[in-house]
Write a protein that binds this ligand. Structure first.
Ligand SMILES: [Zn+2]
Ligand SMILES: [Zn+2]
Length: 249
């Protein structure tokens, strides 16, 4: 299984960066985890977006789905003609809210581009070589973490969440944890997100070998984030950068 960071930022993209988006590939299967602001541009640097096998949206905050509209245009106006509907998994009611931004024609075109599956707690998603389980976490807007398995390896993508038993359950047994690390230490507990130190605690508790810090606040000190996580986790720590790629064992 291979992970490529397409967007490492929280809330709004810092210059040259994008909001939440991570590409997971196994065999010939390519799935996008979140599709935030700026993600489509980076996706196109790795694969042709028309070859995506699916998109999983972790929750209904805009920094996790803003580029779904750009992806729809890329699918509809592909040079070889419109692409068959691409499966998208998202929380109950979110697709309707996306459509509500559009006029009648735009809403219909959005529906034509995607095969919509609403994801509830415990939902299992089978897409090509990937097997994914959704775990509700403590955040907002139907947020889930995802445990993703392929070729005997397991990745946990926390989505957005505070540190708690819910995300600990989702991460248990994952070799690699791709974790929300939004909050600078001085903001710990002030929003339903983790600090890099808490992401380190999560990875240690999960028994992981690798921690990838993502969803970083645009102005965060990334070197400090690395140090904070490393003080709670003895494994490999990577601070996500756009187009960082790693093999998950
Ligand atoms: Zn977010
Ligand atoms: Zn959020």
């Amino acid at each position: 299984m291979r992970l490529t960071v397409l967007g490492s930022g929280a809330s709004y993209p810092a210059p040259g960066r994008a909001c939440a988006g991570h590409l997971v590939q196994a065999g010939s299967t390519s799935v996008l985890l979140d599709c935030g602001n700026g993600v489509l541009s980076n996706l196109g640097r790795v694969i042709d977006p028309v070859t995506l096998d699916g998109v999983i949206v972790s929750h209904g905050h805009i920094d996790h789905f803003a580029d779904i509209f750009a992806l729809q245009a890329a699918l509809r106006y592909a040079p070889a003609g419109p692409v068959p509907p691409v499966p998208v998994w998202l929380p109950d009611g979110l697709f309707g809210r996306m459509q509500a931004l559009l006029g009648e024609r735009g809403a219909r075109e959005l529906e034509e581009a995607f095969l919509v599956h609403e994801v509830g707690p415990g939902a299992r998603i089978e897409v090509g070589a990937l097997s994914v389980v959704a775990h509700p976490v403590e955040h907002a807007m139907g947020a889930c973490a995802f445990a993703i398995e392929a070729d005997g390896s397991r990745l946990c993508y926390t989505g957005d969440t505070r540190l708690g038993d819910a995300v600990r359950r989702a991460a248990r047994g994952a070799g690699t944890v791709l974790a929300d690390a939004t909050l600078p230490e001085e903001f710990a507990g002030r929003a339903p997100h983790m600090t890099p130190a808490e992401a380190g605690m999560l990875a240690a508790d999960a028994g992981a070998t690798t921690l990838v810090l993502t969803h970083l606040w645009p102005t965060v000190d990334r070197a400090q984030a690395l140090a904070d996580a490393g003080s709670h986790f003895g494994g490999r720590v990577i601070v996500a950068d756009e187009l960082t790629a790693l093999d998950i064992d």
